[in-house]
Ligand binder design. Sequence first.
Ligand SMILES: [Zn+2]
Length: 92
Amino acid sequence: MSHSWARGSTRRWRKLRLAVLTRDHWTCQLCHKPIDPAIRHPHPMSAHVHHLDGKAYGDDPDRCVASHRQCNLDAGDPTAAADPAPRPMTRW
Ligand SMILES: [Zn+2]
């Protein structure tokens, strides 16, 4: 259910992912550092899209932001985590 993005909609997701990354100018919206498009998954600094409301809310680009893989993992999924606060990620 919450992972519809990973199931058969790869093409649509890739398009959305690229749209989000382009909109955010390949800048991580969690740590505000640039994302290098040349860095590939599963590198911690590879490009990811962070779901502000959690993946359960779907793939609305307005609720998705560009992020590094590690930043996305650190932020977690608010629908799954106990800590609901959107943290200002300024620790580095
Ligand atoms: Zn980041």
